[in-house]
Design a binder for this molecule. Structure first.
Ligand SMILES: [Ca+2]
Ligand SMILES: [Ca+2]
Length: 234
């Protein structure tokens, strides 16, 4: 269903992750046999099922800040029934939209959590946009881009890790550039087949981590690298 939504609705960002009951760990090999699943095991310490008051076979849908917005139980609603499958897909899609009542292209969830109101920040202010796009606050600016060298069977690469907001919220786009002198900048060449898919942080911040590999910094070992962001025109 996550793959269907990703293909059918490129304007949405949603992910599905399974949390197995703490007493059912013995079933993990069966569940994951011959397939790859985003599947984790609840434990006595975490006790997620108890804290979330979960009923067996619940699908619990959370919004971009990790708040529960809906529950759909698969024992009561068999997904083999086409109408139920469509209903659940729509419920997930409804939760994945960007709330933006003040129409400033910043998620209201982020605005309310950072400032307590929708009037302080605006997507047209570069400082606000950068803080929002790279998971920072106006008061705290920390580097969100890390570069390291890795050697693989194919040779030496620079590996760049970049934290960004999930999806393309309201048209957010990102790109990276390199420069030998900090004045003239050129696009960073990324090797797609050696880069990893973005990994959601699942911590209620609606942020994700990208890992790119590039040879640009190998060919030009002294210089600067920067991540940039902006909104595509509507
Ligand atoms: Ca907003
Ligand atoms: Ca605002």
């Amino acid at each position: 269903m996550a793959n269907y939504l990703a293909a059918a609705r490129t304007d949405l960002f949603c992910s599905v992750i399974g949390v197995n009951r703490k007493t059912d760990a013995a079933g993990n090999p069966v569940v994951s046999a011959e397939r790859v699943l985003p599947w984790i095991q609840d434990t006595g310490d975490a006790d997620v099922w108890t804290k979330w008051n979960v009923t067996y076979r619940d699908v619990r849908i959370v919004d971009g800040s990790g708040e529960l917005v809906d529950v759909y139980n698969l024992s009561a609603n068999d997904l083999g029934v086409p109408e139920n499958w469509t209903t659940l897909a729509q419920m997930i899609a409804d939760a994945a939209v960007l709330p933006d009542e003040d129409n400033d292209r910043l998620s209201d969830l982020w605005e309310l959590s950072e400032f307590g109101d929708l009037t302080t920040a605006s997507g047209s202010e570069p400082d606000h946009l950068i803080a929002y796009a790279f998971g920072q606050t106006l008061a705290r600016r920390e580097p969100q881009l890390e570069v390291r060298m890795v050697r693989t069977d194919e040779g030496l690469y620079s590996e760049i890790e970049l934290m960004t907001r999930m999806g393309s919220a309201a048209g957010l786009t990102y790109w990276m550039e390199i420069s030998a002198d900090g004045v003239s900048w050129a696009p960073l060449d990324v090797v797609p087949e050696n880069s990893k898919p973005a990994r959601p942080r699942f911590d209620g911040t609606a942020l994700q981590t990208h890992t790119f590999r590039s040879r640009s910094l190998i060919d030009q070992p002294i210089g600067f690298i920067r991540g940039r962001t902006g909104f595509t025109s509507q």
